[in-house]
Design a protein around this ligand. Structure first.
Ligand SMILES: Nc1ncnc2c1ncn2[C@@H]1O[C@H](COP(=O)(O)OP(=O)(O)OP(=O)(O)O)[C@@H](O)[C@H]1O
Length: 278
């Protein structure tokens, strides 16, 4: 961690859904800092609260306690107009698991990638057209796709378009919620390699995944979320080689690409029993 202001800093975050007797807390006292240029994995099983945490940072879900600071600005205090301005600036972007959710089905590839720049209103049409082509090339797509709709390209191509769209406004933080889990294994590897190559010193990436094995190759640090609580944060190496929390050990053991599949199987049941007893 550098002495720089973290790009994202979350303090004692609490998030609940529902009201009154139906209220259910899903995030408990979550604190986390992401430095500029860092690639972080947020890992946890289904229902652990990963998407809720991300959606709270994006302002789509309201926190019931704690605060979220982006580049030193307390997002919890922004008024609606300030939120709109913050969104328009494009400094915080996201890519969902299903690119259909990030792309308007009625926008061509060109319109989708151009939209964040059009909204910003800083560049001329010619400059926007040039940027769209630059980012299309960066995600290794051909210009012949520019006039297609999302329904007319493959799932892997859609996810590349969603990534180009997210990066074109030169965000400081890109949140990727299970960005490869809807893709086949060949596309998965290609997209992860692509993201790794696109991550530079000025952009931080927050990868959300239920599968440690799928993101461990590109993350600097890993945050482990278990039942709404951050139970471990450490370098990816330490998480894999010396996990502290029983749930982290289960995650490592469940990723056969990280450890021998046989030894993983042998310890999995034992760890499940320990977690159940916690
Ligand atoms: N809009 C909502 N209203 C009520 N409860 C919700 C809502 N969204 C999520 N939850 C609940 O909050 C908890 C955390 O869900 P969340 O989607 O954040 O988990 P997740 O780790 O992202 O899971 P997954 O990997 O399956 O996407 C779950 O118990 C879920 O049922």
């Amino acid at each position: 961690m550098t002495a720089q202001t973290p790009i994202l800093s979350i303090h004692d975050l609490q998030v609940s859904y529902g009201r009154g007797s139906r209220e259910k807390q899903v995030i408990f006292d979550a604190s986390l800092e992401i430095a500029t240029g860092e690639v972080i994995g947020l890992i946890g099983e289904t229902g652990s609260g990963k998407s809720t945490l991300a959606r709270t940072v994006l302002g789509l879900v309201k926190a019931s306690g704690g605060r979220v600071e982006f580049d030193g600005t307390d997002l919890s205090r922004l008024k609606p107009a300030q939120w709109r301005e913050f969104r328009r600036s494009g400094v915080l972007q996201y890519v969902f698991q299903d690119p259909q959710r990030s792309l308007d089905p009625e926008f061509t590839v060109e319109q989708s990638i151009a939209e964040p720049l059009v909204t910003q209103g800083r560049l001329s049409s010619a400059e926007i057209a040039a940027k769209v082509r630059e980012y299309l090339a960066r995600v290794h797509l051909d210009e012949s796709l520019l006039s297609r709709l999302p329904g007319q390209i493959s799932g892997g191509q859609r996810q590349r378009v969603a990534i180009a769209r997210a990066l074109v406004s030169e965000p400081k933080l890109l949140i990727l919620d299970e960005p490869v889990s809807a893709l086949d294994s060949a596309n998965r590897v290609q997209i992860l390699e692509l993201l790794q190559s696109l991550a530079g010193p000025s952009v931080s990436l927050l990868f959300i995944s239920h599968d440690l094995g799928s993101v461990a190759g590109i993350t600097d640090r890993v945050v482990v979320l278990y039942r709404g609580r951050i139970v471990e944060v450490n370098s990816t190496d330490a998480i894999i080689n010396a996990p502290h929390h029983a749930y982290t050990r289960l995650l490592v053991g469940s990723a056969p690409t990280l450890t021998g599949a046989a030894s993983a199987r042998a310890t999995r049941e034992e760890l499940r029993a320990k977690i159940a007893a916690d």
